[in-house]
Design a protein around this ligand. Structure first.
Ligand code: FES
Ligand code: FES
Length: 176
């Protein structure tokens, strides 16, 4: 069965139809061509597919596309403003928070959500909050330093701030 869905992706309205069993990550990657959101597992463990859904981090491989009708999604492609990286993206660049980069979009989105919740997290809090996102390359230390860099240089960024503010009164919160 196909379902019509209307949503906003990175600030732009999208209308499409999806199979009932289709996952949000495949709507983003295959129907909308937003391949920055990665698929790293089939067990909901890796976090490479993390996006913001109505301002909250979710693993988009765990969300049915039909269920996001009326929602707002921000992907890694939506964080930069006028070509300028968000503070979290810049932090990963400055602090070498990536090697192969496969986990990076999910890490950046999860870290962005963390900084919306807590603008000044300790390294221990960062490690705890990002424990749903796996990295096979970095050993995590540089990722923690990247998030600390962002905390000290602008926080989650304008797009994420606007998304969280727009949905601050929502009664149902979705968590990663
Ligand atoms: S693809 Fe691994 S948690 Fe979503
Ligand atoms: S940078 Fe390679 S998996 Fe994280």
């Amino acid at each position: 069965m196909r379902n019509n869905v209307h949503l906003t992706v990175n600030g732009k309205p999208v209308t499409t139809s999806v199979e009932s069993r289709q996952l949000l990550v495949y709507l983003l990657r295959e129907q909308l061509g937003m391949t920055g959101t990665h698929v790293g597992c089939d067990t909901s463990n890796c976090g490479a597919c993390t996006v913001l859904l109505d301002g909250e981090a979710v693993k988009s491989c765990t969300v049915l596309a039909a269920s996001v009708d009326g929602s707002s999604v921000v992907t890694i492609e939506g964080l930069a403003v006028a070509g300028e990286l968000s503070p979290v993206q810049e932090g990963f660049r400055q602090c070498h928070g990536l090697q192969c980069g496969y986990c990076t979009p999910g890490m950046v989105m999860a870290a962005t959500s963390l900084l919306l919740d807590d603008p000044d997290p300790t390294p221990t809090q960062i490690r705890s909050d990002l424990d749903g996102n796996l990295c096979r390359c970095t050993g995590y230390q540089m990722i923690v330093e990247s998030v600390r860099w962002a905390a000290e240089n602008g926080g989650p960024g304008a797009i994420a701030d606007a998304e969280r503010s727009a949905h601050a009164d929502d009664t149902v919160a979705v968590t990663s």
